[in-house]
Design a protein around this ligand. Sequence first.
Ligand code: NAD
Length: 258
Amino acid sequence: MEFLEKLFSLKGKTAVVTGGAQGIGKVVSSYLAGAGADIVIFDLQLEAAENVAEEITKERNVRACAFYCDVTNPDMVDKTIAEAAQKMGGLDILFNNAGICQHKSALEVTSEEWLKVINVNLNGVFYMARAFGKYLIENGRKGSIINTASMSGTIVNIPQEQASYNSSKAAVKHLTKSLAVEWSKKGVRVNSISPGYIKTEMTGTVRQDWQNFWTGLIPFGRMGLPEELAGAVIYLASDASTYTSGCDMIIDGCFTSI
Ligand SMILES: NC(=O)c1ccc[n+]([C@@H]2O[C@H](COP(=O)([O-])OP(=O)(O)OC[C@H]3O[C@@H](n4cnc5c(N)ncnc54)[C@H](O)[C@@H]3O)[C@@H](O)[C@H]2O)c1
C-alpha cells in the first residue's frame, strides 16, 4: 500500500478544478482531495462551489476553497489564478473541466448559440490552460493539466444534433496535444480525458427516451458515473504518469470501440 500511495499521492499539491460546483468536477474534486491534494474550485455557481469546498475540507481533511470565475473571460481567468496561487501558496494541477452542451441542429443553431458553446468548451479551456501553463513556467514549477474533452470529439452522437459541442471537444483533444508538445521541455504535462455518457446534471435533464436510446447503444449497457473518471484524473495528475503527455484517455464503457 505504501508503494501505491507513493506512486499516486497528490499530497503537498494543489489542484484547480473548473466546473467543480456539480457533476464530474464536484466528484473528481473530492477524489483528488482523497489522494491528498488541496482543492480550489472555479465556477459560475459560487455558492454551490463554496458548499463543495466546505464538504471536501470536512471529509478529506485538506484545504479547499472556491472562486467565482467565468472561464470565457481571459482577464478574470488570469486574475483568479493569481489570487488562488497567492491564497494557497502555489498551484500544481489543473482539471480543466467546465463545459456546456447544446442540442441544436446545424441548420437551426444561431451564430450566438454556436459561439456560446465554442466559447466555454474551447476558448475557456484554452484561457485556463494558457494562464495555468504561464503561471507554472514563470514560477519554475512542474505541473499537470488535464482537460475534459469527450467521446463526442471522436464520434458523432445520435439522435441529438450537437455539431457545436462535437466540434469543440474535437478541438480540445488537438489543443491538448499542441500544448503538450509546446510545453514538453518546460515540465508541464497536458492530457485529456474523453468521457462517454456520464450521469450528471448535464445528461440527467435530457429527455428520457434519448437517455434510453443512448443506454441501448453502450456496450456496457449503462451510463458511467463521475466516480469512474476519478482514477484516470488522479493518474494523469500524479507522478505515476511522468512520461505521459498529449494523451487522450477515452472512458466510455466501450461506446467508441464498436
Ligand atoms: N456528463 C457527460 O455525459 C459528459 C460526457 C463527456 C464529457 N463531459 C464533459 O465533462 C465536463 C463536465 O460535465 P458535467 O456533466 O459535469 O456538466 P455539468 O453541467 O453537471 O457541470 C458543469 C459545471 O461547469 C460550470 N460552468 C459552465 N460554464 C462555465 C463557465 N463559463 N465558467 C466556469 N464554470 C462554468 C457549471 O456551473 C457547472 O458547475 C464538461 O466539459 C462536459 O462537456 C460530460
